[in-house]
Design a protein around this ligand. Structure first.
Ligand code: NDP
Length: 458
């Protein structure tokens, strides 16, 4: 595995621990993938001296140890090279013998350039490319990136990484939906009133202005991760276990997804989106400055740190159900879950007209869990109704989300990666919202860090 951009944050914080987590929690077939694995880090900066320590620390962080760890540490090396320089590829590929994974842990602007160079290089016959998001910055640039990548290797060996597809909640959504009659029979617009996919976090900018200030919450979280979660929540059952079967199902449902056109979903606006930015505040006793006072932020970018959009999935199963996607930074008491609200029943024990309360099913991201709130009874009086909540933790696995990514790229199984047409669809879905924001049609509201969002939104 040749990691381009190995001196960066992603490699140290997510990718290397992901490899370690497979050592800890992988099954026999995962461990076979790790046998004989050589990890080569590379970058323009000279990090050769500390490289082995970086890998060792990442493995230690997830508790990986033993012969396999020793073997990887013994063979790993760092090559100082610039992947945008064709001549440097001689050094980058020196000693490569066998199957190759080229992992692009590079800024997006560099990826197309490197893909162009790889088209003229004789790569090992079985080469897999792993690309980090964002995949372009609109539908046209995502298409261009796709065209460049397939000149290097066939589409099936291009893994566009979205680690949310490796989240327990996303995996559990697929497993639960199609294997339980109770859910499968009610998983449609007749029974379900609304679906919210929420991923809020306490963290503020954390020094990532360089990337985040030109991206914002919509591009960073909703356009990529949360649309994938929407797809696993709404797709039809895959025809089989071939990677393309699930990918076909996800592509089909995203192809009919678009901004909401029905009755207003958000109380304060007719449109399908709202956005906001945090001001100074406090979270867990720690002060956060106003977003615009963070180092590297340009206030003129009008970057949102909280985005909410409403979408419709225009097919027979889902027409009429709003899907609200939301993600925000610096949120006190953050929610992160897929929240499915059923239509309330038409029954009131007191004989009055109206409806009872609705069942709510939640798939939680962190900690991974399933919760179901419904109405029951059992008190002194017949039809004395009480809300009941049952919940269960999802099975834990030491394999991290990036462990799932590594499992996919080493095993050449793209099931949990984004196919090229899906990357383009995801931009097509959000583009009208980005355009409306660009035209200034949606106000940029404010909320104090540590709050739940703008007070006018609740
Ligand atoms: P960084 O910005 O830290 O960049 C990674 C490395 O790329 C740098 O250390 C640098 O290494 C190299 N690099 C930078 N500019 C150039 C250039 N012009 N030409 C060649 N190499 C260059 O990125 P991250 O590690 O944070 O992220 C890598 C990728 O992963 C990005 O696409 C990002 O969007 C994505 N990602 C990151 C996440 C994160 O939490 N960090 C989460 C999800 C996705 P050197 O100077 O040594 O060459």
């Amino acid at each position: 595995m040749l990691i381009l951009g190995a001196s960066g944050d992603l490699t140290k914080r997510l990718l290397l621990p992901g490899i370690g987590s497979l050592v800890v929690g992988g099954d026999e077939s995962d461990l076979e993938l790790l046998d004989g694995l050589t990890v080569v880090g590379s970058g323009r900066s000279d990090k050769a001296d500390g490289w082995r320590d970086t890998v060792a620390a990442a493995f230690e962080q997830v508790g990986a140890e033993g012969d396999r760890v020793d073997a990887i540490l013994a063979s790993t090396k760092y090559v100082q090279a610039d992947p945008t320089e064709p001549d440097d590829w001689k050094r980058l590929l020196d000693g490569v013998d066998g199957d190759l994974v080229v992992y692009f842990a590079l800024p997006p602007s560099v990826v197309v350039k490197v893909a162009g160079i790889l088209q003229d290089i004789d790569l090992p016959e079985h080469t897999v490319l792993a690309i980090e998001k964002p995949f372009g910055d609109d539908a046209d640039s995502a298409t261009e990136l796709n065209e460049e990548l397939v000149k290097v290797v066939p589409e099936g060996r291009i893994h566009r990484v979205d680690h949310f597809l490796g989240q327990r909640a996303a995996l559990a959504m697929l497993a639960t939906r199609f294997n339980n009659r109770l859910l499968e029979s009610s998983w449609n617009a007749d029974q379900i009133e609304r679906v919210e996919i929420v991923y809020d976090e306490k963290l503020g900018l954390e020094g990532r202005a360089g990337y985040y200030d030109t991206a914002g919450a919509l591009r960073d979280m909703l356009q990529s991760h949360l649309l994938q979660v929407l797809a696993v929540t709404t797709c039809e059952a895959p025809a089989g276990l071939d990677p393309e079967h699930l990918r076909d199902s996800l592509a089909a449902v995203l192809a009919v997804t678009q901004p909401w056109t029905g009755a207003p979903v958000f109380p304060d606006t007719d449109g399908p989106s709202r956005r906001a930015r945090y001001t100074a505040g406090e979270i867990d006793g720690k002060s956060l400055p106003d977003y615009t006072a963070e180092e590297g932020v340009d206030p003129d970018h009008e970057t949102e740190t909280l985005a909410e959009i409403a979408l419709e999935v225009d097919n027979a199963r889902w027409a009429g159900v709003p899907f609200v996607l939301r993600s925000g930074k610096a949120i006190g008491d953050p929610a992160n879950e897929i929240r499915v609200t059923y239509r309330p029943v038409r029954f009131r024990p007191d004989g009055q007209s109206g409806t009872g309360s609705a069942e709510v099913l939640r798939f939680g991201f962190k900690p991974p869990r399933i919760e179901f709130r419904f109405t029951s009874g059992g008190g002194d009086m017949p039809f004395q109704l009480d809300p009941v909540e049952v919940s269960g933790a999802l099975p834990k696995s030491p394999v991290t989300e990036y462990g799932e990514v590594v499992r996919g790229v080493l095993g050449d199984d793209p099931t949990l990666s984004i196919r090229g047409d899906v990357a383009v669809q995801c931009w097509r879905i959000v583009q009208p919202i980005l355009d409306a924001w660009q035209r200034g049609e949606v106000p940029l509201d404010e909320y104090p860090a540590g709050s739940g969002g703008p007070s006018s939104w609740s």
